[in-house]
Design a protein around this ligand. Structure first.
Ligand SMILES: [Zn+2]
Length: 381
C-alpha cells in the first residue's frame, strides 16, 4: 500500500503505435488528393510526419515520458480492481496528451458529441471483453480506459499508444471524425488486449494476425453492442468514417476484403481475400493492414456460415487461442489456422458445426493442412 502507483502500473511499452488509417491510404490522399480534396491532402501530408514521430518514439522505447490518465492516484488504484472505468479528455485541437479531463466514469453526457461517442465506444469495447469473454479490461486487471478527442487540427487518424485512445476530428473532406465508429474503437482497444496476451510482433504475418485479431474484436464490439447476428452484420471496419464525397463505405470489409472502397483519389481497397493474392511487400510493416484480409475472410466466412452470434461461436475460439499457450509472438498463418481448428474441437467437439465451419473458412482462403480432413486433432493440430 506504500506505492499505489505500482498497483496500476502501465502495460509494458508498445513497440509500435497502432493507427487506424494505414500509411498507404494517407500517402494516396496526400499525393492524389490536392485537386479534389485540398484540405484533406494538406491534412494527410501534415499527419504523416506527426505519425512518423510517434512511431520513432515508440521505436526508441518511449523516451518521451508517456502521459498517464490524469486521475488522482487513489482513484486509479481503486479502478485497478474494479470494473469499467473511463476518462475522456479534450486536446482542444493541440497535439498534447492527454488534454483536459472532460468526462469521468458515471458522469452524465456532455454537450460535445465526440466526448460522448468516445465514452460510449470505450464502454462497448469493455463490455464485449468482460461479458462475452470474461476479460476485465485490456490487462484483465481492470485497467482504466482513457481517451482524448479533438487531437490536433484536421487530424486524419486515431490511434492507441499503449496507454490511451487518441481521436482526430478528420478533415471533413475525406474523413469525418473517428469517434463515431464502434468497430474502430474496438479495433484500437483490442490492440491493448493483444499486447497483454499473445503480443504478436507487428511485422509480416504475425503483424497481419495482430491486425486481424484487432479487426475481429473490433467487428464483434459493434455486433455485441447492437445485438447483431453474424448474418445481419456488415463485417465492415470503420463504416461511416468517410464523407459522402468518397466512393467507399469503410476502411476494410472482413467478409469481402478488397471491396471496402474504390475511389479516384484513395484508389481501390488493396486487401487480398485469398492466399493466391498474398502481397509480399516491405511497406506497411510487411503488409500488416493488407494480408490481414486473408484471415479476416476465413473468420467472417466461418461466422456467417454458422449464423447466430459470432461472439458465442467463432469469437470464443479466437479469444481462447489469443490467450492460450500455443500462440507466440511469431505465429504465422499456417501455424495459426490449426490452432483455431484444434481449439474448436476442444470447445465445441470435433465434427460439430463450429469445428467444420472453421476448417471450411480456412480452406476457402487457401490455408489448409493435409491433416485437416483426417480429424486427427491433438498434437498435429
Ligand atoms: Zn490496427
Amino acid at each position: 500500500m506504500n506505492d499505489q502507483h505500482n498497483e496500476v502500473a502501465p502495460p509494458q511499452p508498445f513497440r509500435r503505435l497502432h493507427t487506424v488509417v494505414p500509411p498507404y491510404l494517407l500517402d494516396a490522399i496526400a499525393e492524389r488528393g490536392a485537386e479534389k480534396f485540398p484540405k484533406a491532402a494538406a491534412a494527410a501530408r501534415s499527419c504523416r510526419p506527426s505519425d512518423a514521430e510517434h512511431r520513432s518514439l515508440r521505436a526508441e522505447g518511449l523516451k518521451r515520458a508517456p502521459t498517464p490518465p490524469d486521475a488522482p492516484a487513489v482513484v486509479r488504484a481503486e479502478a485497478a480492481s474494479a470494473g469499467l472505468t473511463r476518462f475522456i479528455h479534450d486536446a482542444q485541437n493541440r497535439e498534447e496528451l492527454p488534454g483536459v479531463l472532460v468526462r469521468s466514469e458515471g458522469e452524465e453526457p456532455v454537450g460535445d458529441e465526440a466526448v460522448n461517442e468516445a465514452y460510449d465506444g470505450l464502454g462497448a469495447s469493455y463490455r464485449l471483453f468482460a461479458e462475452a469473454f470474461g476479460h476485465n479490461s485490456l490487462d484483465d486487471r481492470g485497467m482504466p480506459l482513457s481517451a482524448t478527442v479533438h487531437y490536433g487540427q484536421d487530424y486524419d487518424n486515431a490511434f492507441f499508444d499503449g496507454r490511451q485512445m487518441v481521436f482526430g476530428d478528420g478533415d471533413d473532406q475525406v474523413f469525418t471524425g473517428f469517434t463515431g465508429s464502434l468497430s474502430i474503437i474496438g479495433h484500437e482497444l483490442s490492440h491493448g488486449v493483444i499486447a497483454h496476451t499473445a503480443d504478436l510482433e507487428y511485422q509480416g504475418q504475425p503483424g497481419a494476425l495482430n491486425e486481424h485479431f484487432a479487426d475481429v474484436f473490433g467487428a464483434l464490439t459493434e455486433q455485441y453492442a447492437k445485438g447483431e447476428d453474424a448474418g445481419s452484420a456488415s463485417w465492415l471496419i470503420g463504416a461511416g468514417i468517410f464523407t459522402p464525397a468518397v466512393s467507399g463505405e469503410a476502411l476494410r470489409n472482413m467478409l469481402e476484403p478488397g471491396t471496402a472502397y474504390d475511389d479516384d483519389v484513395l484508389g481501390k481497397d488493396p486487401q487480398p481475400a485469398h492466399m493466391d493474392q498474398y502481397i509480399d511487400t516491405t511497406s506497411d510493416n510487411g503488409g500488416v493492414h493488407l494480408n490481414s484480409g486473408i484471415p479476416n475472410r476465413a473468420f467472417a466466412l466461418a461466422a456467417t456460415t454458422l449464423g447466430g452470434n459470432a461472439w458465442e461461436t467463432v469469437g470464443q475460439v479466437w479469444f481462447s487461442v489469443l490467450v492460450g499457450d500455443d500462440i507466440t509472438t511469431r505465429t504465422d498463418f499456417a501455424q495459426f489456422a490449426p490452432m483455431t481448428i484444434a481449439e474448436a474441437a476442444v470447445q465445441f467437439g470435433e465434427g460439430t458445426d463450429v469445428h467444420d465451419a472453421i476448417v471450411q473458412g480456412w480452406e476457402s482462403v487457401g490455408i489448409s493442412s493435409p491433416d485437416s480432413r483426417r480429424g486427427n486433432h491433438g498434437s498435429s493440430w
